[in-house]
Design a binder for this molecule. Structure first.
Ligand code: GLY
Ligand code: MN
Ligand code: MN
Length: 454
């Protein structure tokens, strides 16, 4: 029986609740098993529980591969796929339902209910895994697993296989091959289904609203983390439990620190504020950056460099389409940025030479994007057989050019120093080009200034 408080809150949580249905997970498992070689087994462990400090754990976040195949978010679990197994192909090990433990650590599905709730064919207590799993591995030719990620899992896997090896004189056959599961699974995860894109669209909409809110409420004198609180308020009120990564709220020179997360400085007058923040929704990330002036109006040097980054972003988006390769958006952005840096006197020389010599890296030291999905820097290869891979519909990526002029860079006019700008959108490659999922938050100078003065 749920408490009246829980019942009262239910409609609020359901407003933003987004969940993929079980058919989507079943389809993924089938697609993965169709790629596995005959007589093989795939073993996917859950994420470990990690300690923050004495008696306090980090919030638990399921491993993306595990969740992608199961939609199951409990700790202490292991998922096994055995294509062609007569008694069922999908086997789950999970925590038993033990009332005394659930009182302390929360409700569990348990092996019995897992069959119906999660659609598995067989479910066992995780405490029995050492007794049961070697029997499932025995006789298989090949194990698919992500090795080298968790030393603890690698050790366990070897223990299960070695256990079979001790039984060879009794007729047991240990597997002879180990294959990287990520090779298959991550290529599958790279291409998003319509259902996945719908969730990512929703995540981007929530994050866009949060960025809009930050522009509306900022005032010089606030601490950066007070602006972060505004983002979190929108994320959670809209149904996202966590941000997809620690939010970056960098004012003034802090915007030049790419992974700035201290967020504890006081926001000054006429500074740029760079916010890189996105919510996570049903395990899908959004990843948006906007840069805007603390006082609501760009100064002249800020305006010039901002427009340059925006032009670079438009150039990159324009070439984000099927048939073009992964690096083309980056190349387009670098060209616009380098031309602009020469135009404004931050670099000197021939544009092609400066690109060839990577001279722009003094001010632009990261790539123009990355795959986006369940992980903010999502899985999937960027090169195939040594060449940048082609973009195809269903890929989701970020387009995020920037410029960062170090505060102590005495090779440039002082008016440019300490300016940090990044503009980042989430885009999905479509049949004819791309769609910007994060389009709801403004980025044109006039639109930002109008929003902030309203
Ligand atoms: N927020 C991480 C990134 O933009 O890549
Ligand atoms: Mn990004
Ligand atoms: Mn980002």
């Amino acid at each position: 029986m749920r408490s009246s408080i829980e019942r009262g809150l239910k409609h609020i949580t359901e407003v933003g609740m987004v969940k993929l249905d079980s058919a989507e997970y079943a389809k993924r498992r089938r697609a993965l098993m169709a790629q596995m070689s005959p007589n093989s087994i795939a073993i996917i462990p859950c994420a470990p529980v990690t300690v923050r400090n004495r008696d306090v754990e980090h919030p638990y976040r399921q491993d993306s591969d595990f969740y992608y195949l199961s939609g199951f978010d409990e700790e202490h679990a292991c998922l096994v796929l055995i294509p062609g197994r007569e008694h069922g192909e999908y086997v789950l090990f999970c925590q038993e339902k033990i009332k005394e433990q659930e009182i302390w650590t929360g409700r569990r599905v348990g092996p019995e209910a897992a069959l119906e709730q999660l659609g598995c064919d067989d479910a066992f207590p995780i405490s029995d895994i050492d007794d049961i799993l070697p029997g499932l591995i025995e006789g298989k030719d090949r194990i698919f697993a992500n090795l080298g990620v968790s030393p603890e899992f690698d050790r366990q896997l070897m223990q299960w296989v070695n256990h079979i090896k001790t039984q060879v004189r009794n007729g047991a056959t240990p597997p002879h091959e180990f294959s990287a599961l990520d090779h298959l699974l991550h290529e599958q995860r790279l291409i998003k289904s319509d259902a996945e894109i719908a969730v990512m669209q929703k995540a981007a909409e929530i994050s866009a609203e949060a960025h809009t809110r930050a522009m509306q409420v900022v005032k010089p004198g606030m601490r950066e983390y007070q602006l972060e609180a505004e983002l979190m308020q929108i994320f959670m009120a809209a149904g996202s439990r966590w941000p997809a990564y620690p939010s970056i709220v960098g004012s003034g020179e802090n915007a030049c620190i790419l992974h700035y997360t201290r967020n504890d400085d006081v926001i000054g007058d006429n500074e740029l504020i760079l916010i890189d923040a996105g919510c996570e929704l049903d395990y899908y990330a959004s990843d948006i950056t906007r840069t805007f002036p603390s006082s609501g109006k760009f100064t002249d040097p800020q305006r010039k460099l901002y427009q340059l980054v925006l032009d670079a972003q438009y150039a990159a988006i324009a070439v984000t389409k099927p048939g073009n390769h992964w690096n083309q958006p980056h190349e387009a952005a670098v060209k616009v940025l380098t031309e602009g840096l020469v135009h404004y006197g931050l670099l000197e020389g021939d544009v092609d030479d400066l690109i060839e010599n990577l001279a722009y890296r003094q001010f632009y030291m990261h790539k123009t994007g990355h795959w986006l999905g369940m992980d903010v820097h999502d899985v999937g290869e960027y090169r195939l057989e040594g060449e940048w891979r082609e973009l195809v519909p269903g890929m989701v990526l970020t387009i995020e050019p920037g410029l960062y002029i170090a505060p102590d860079d005495d090779t440039v006019d002082p008016m440019w120093r300490g300016i940090g700008i990044r503009i980042e959108d989430d885009v999905v490659v479509t049949k004819d080009g791309c769609t910007i999922l994060s389009r709801d938050v403004v980025k044109e100078i006039a639109d930002i200034e109008a929003l902030m003065s309203a």
